[in-house]
Each structure stands twice: as structure tokens, then as C-alpha cells.
Design a protein around this ligand. Structure first.
Ligand SMILES: [Zn+2]
Length: 420
């Protein structure tokens, strides 16, 4: 449909950095916004909150006391100041509740319980085939969640939310995968409704590469305005962070680069089309290519082993795959002009030949302006990027200033559940 406009909006994920205009003297600054300033490290003492907001000492004290009483902030003992008021450091109380994260990959599922600061309290992992469809995969997830909660010894009443990461595009407004190329049967499946009904907590569903991008940016590249993360494992995906927020596009399809058609290629892709980037440059594609050459390969780890052994065919294939990925990324980099390109996934971040091929193409083919300030780096979080990103996303949503203010206004209750 051409010209579809109306109620479609760009979809963003994660709260923006505190808006400087809202913390100008004279503007209303709520307790919820004070909490966000502390969470983001903008101000970590009462004195800094006064300076950052222009509020009076008594107003800051009254709002901080509300947050302390609600269990959302904690304060470490500090020096007596003035007439004896303590001035300890304030911090978000990350133990006030916990978040459960389910990371669904093509061939495995990871489940974790984390505190609100992203520390893993308990974790389990098992094999799946996501292509089996939502019914069997989610039935198993539900059973494993019960076991996870029991093993972790956590109080289910203190679960803030459940987050589910999937290897495909998601319409986050409804929590459903949307035409996911490698998840047959999952299109428009009500993942959020099903798991929310089962657990009785808010459920967030998000694309895996988006979560990884947000996790890396918030943990290691906080001051970087635009970050692109590309994950190359069995498949290929990308996540985009702009000004500290996830950029999802209009239909949640931003960054879905794995199924861009490569000129002159006709290899069949898992999505059903031919010539996709994922069909020629992913880990699965390399397995097929090397298998066709008679090599002993059955998964991505075999490709890595052959490269480590110095197998010339494997090295050449991996480097060529890196160049093909670089060809697509040259365009992406020209459009986005990011400062950081993070490479993640089995193929990209552990394989120097892939990275060499990719860098060659990007730096040779891009205009100097697009790459002058571009740094290509490896993931620092590795496999934990997905769960870290999900915690950031969930905490941003559940402890957004408006949500916290509404909850405080509603009176006392369970601090772990400001939205319920
Ligand atoms: Zn495809």
C-alpha cells in the first residue's frame, strides 16, 4: 500500500536520557524524574539533585524520602552536612524486584532471573528448534519457567516483568512476531498474551539483535549517540540505537538486514527466498558451503575449528562471507553514519577472517565522511548482551518517571510492581 500514514508511528524502545528542558529551574520535577536522574547517574546525592533540578532542599528531601519509603531508592551512610542532615550516596534499589528473561534462539533457549541492575541470580539453558512453531516451544518454555522460579528460590510476587527475545521482527505494541523469516508458524502469534496470562506479569517481546544493541550501548557506549550492532551466527541480524534509544522503524523491521537480496546470488534461504545475505554469509551458509567441499562440518563451531586449523578453503569462505556482510553494511553505515559498529555472534566476533573481510569492504567502499568517526569493535557483553538489554528495556518502561509517579500517587503497595 502506497502512502500509508495516519496512525503509524516510529517505534522506539527504552526511555530517552532525562530531558534537560524538564529539569530547568521553574519546571515541575516529579519524584519519578528524580529517580530517573539517579538511575542514569546524572545525580547521585541530594545536593546533586538540588543542583540538577533547581528544586529547593526541602522539596528534594520530601521526594527522595518518598522514594526511599517506597523501596525504590537506597541511601548509603554519609558525612553529616550542615545541621546534621546526612548526605549519603543515593542509588536505585536494584534488589526491589527481579526480571525474568527468556532468550529464544534458533536452536536453544536461555532463561534467566536477574535483579533490576542486570545481575544474574539464576539461569538455565536447553535445546529447542524454534522452527517447530510456537505451540511446542512455548509449552516447554512454560514448564522451564516453573522450574526456574522454583530453583532460583525467588518470590514470584516480586517479579516485575517477563521479557522474551526472539530472532525475528516483532510488533512490540502487541508483543507478537511479525513475518519472522526463520520462525515458521510464529507470525502474529500472541506470545505476550499467552505468557502474561500464565505468569500474571507484564510481558515484553523484542527482537534479539535490538536487545543486544541496547545492552551494549547502555553498558559500554553510554556516551555514543548512534550505535549499530550486527550479529552473525547461524543467521544475521542488526540492532540500531539512536540517542540512547532503540530505533525499531514503523513496523519493527528496522535492522532486519539478513534477508536483503544479494545481486547475482541464488542460494536458497531459510526464509524461502533466494540470494539473501543470510543465505550466503551466515554461519549456516558457511556450513553448507564447506560441507559441499567435502569438509567435516555440521555447525558453526566446526567452521571455527577448521579456520583455527588453518584450512585454506574455510579461511577463504569465511573471509568472502565477511566481505558480503561488509557490502550490505557499507550501505547501512552510509545511511546511519554511526559512531560504533559492534560485531556480535559466533561468526563475527570470534573470527578474525570474517572481521577482516567486513572491514575491508566497509572502509574501501564507504565515503570518508561515513566512516571518519566509525569504530568497528567486538561485543564486550558477548552472549549476555540479550539479557542485559532486556533488563534495560524493562526497567526503562516499568520505572519511567510517569509510571513511578502514578504508582506513588496511588499510595503504598508492593514496590516491585509500580505499574500494577
Ligand atoms: Zn532470507
Amino acid at each position: 500500500m502506497i502512502g500509508r500514514t495516519g496512525d503509524r508511528k516510529m517505534q522506539w524502545g527504552g526511555a530517552p536520557e532525562p530531558d534537560p528542558d524538564r529539569v530547568q529551574p521553574g519546571n515541575p520535577v516529579s519524584a519519578g524524574l528524580l529517580l530517573q536522574l539517579v538511575r542514569r547517574g546524572t545525580a547521585t546525592t541530594r545536593r546533586e539533585l538540588i543542583r540538577a533540578t533547581g528544586l529547593s532542599r526541602s522539596t528534594v528531601t520530601q521526594r527522595v524520602d518518598m522514594l526511599l519509603a517506597a523501596g525504590l531508592l537506597r541511601e548509603t551512610a554519609g558525612e553529616a552536612e550542615g545541621r546534621g542532615r546526612p548526605s549519603g550516596a543515593l542509588a536505585f534499589d536494584e534488589g526491589v524486584g527481579h526480571i525474568i528473561v527468556v532468550g529464544l534462539h534458533r536452536n536453544r533457549a536461555e532463561l534467566a532471573v536477574l535483579d533490576l541492575g542486570g545481575r544474574v541470580l539464576h539461569r538455565r539453558e536447553y535445546g529447542i528448534a524454534i522452527a517447530d512453531g510456537p505451540e511446542p516451544v512455548l509449552r516447554k518454555v512454560e514448564a522451564e519457567l516453573d522450574a526456574l522460579v522454583a530453583d532460583a528460590g525467588i518470590d514470584p510476587a516480586r517479579t516485575v516483568a517477563l521479557g522474551v527475545g526472539v530472532p525475528g521482527p516483532v510488533d512490540v505494541s502487541v508483543g507478537r512476531p511479525m513475518h519472522p523469516p526463520v520462525m515458521p508458524g510464529w507470525h502474529d502469534y500472541p506470545v505476550r498474551e499467552r505468557l502474561a496470562a500464565r505468569l500474571g506479569v507484564p510481558v515484553f517481546v523484542e527482537n534479539d539483535a535490538n536487545l543486544m544493541a541496547l545492552g551494549e550501548q547502555r553498558t559500554h557506549w553510554r556516551s555514543v549517540p548512534t550505535l549499530l550492532l550486527v550479529t552473525v551466527g547461524t543467521g544475521i541480524g542488526a540492532g540500531i540505537v539512536i540517542e540512547g534509544r532503540l530505533y525499531r522503524g514503523v513496523d519493527g523491521g528496522a535492522g532486519d538486514i539478513g534477508h536483503i537480496r544479494m545481486h547475482g546470488r541464488d542460494e536458497r534461504c531459510a526464509c524461502g527466498a533466494v540470494g539473501c545475505l543470510a543465505a550466503v554469509a551466515s554461519g549456516a551458509a558457511l556450513v553448507r558451503q564447506l560441507d559441499a567441499l567435502g569438509k567435516d562440518v555440521s555447525d558453526v563451531s566446526d567452521v571455527r575449528r577448521l579456520v583455527q586449523q588453518g584450512d585454506a578453503d574455510a579461511v577463504a569462505a569465511v573471509r568472502a562471507a565477511g566481505q558480503l556482510a561488509g557490502e550490505v553494511l557499507t550501505t547501512v553505515v552510509s545511511v546511519l553514519n554511526p559512531e560504533i559498529l559492534v560485531l556480535a555472534g559466533d561468526m563475527a566476533h570470534t573470527n578474525e577472517h570474517f572481521v577482516t573481510g567486513l572491514r575491508e569492504l566497509i572502509y574501501q567502499r564507504s565515503l570518508p565522511r561515513a566512516t571518519r568517526n566509525l569504530r568497528v569493535v567486538s561485543t564486550k557483553l558477548g552472549e549476555s548482551a540479550l539479557v542485559v538489554g532486556m533488563v534495560e528495556l524493562v526497567v526503562d518502561e516499568m520505572f519511567a518517571p510517569a509510571a513511578v509517579d502514578a504508582w506513588l500517587a496511588a499510595g503504598s503497595g508492593d514496590a516491585a510492581r509500580p505499574l500494577r
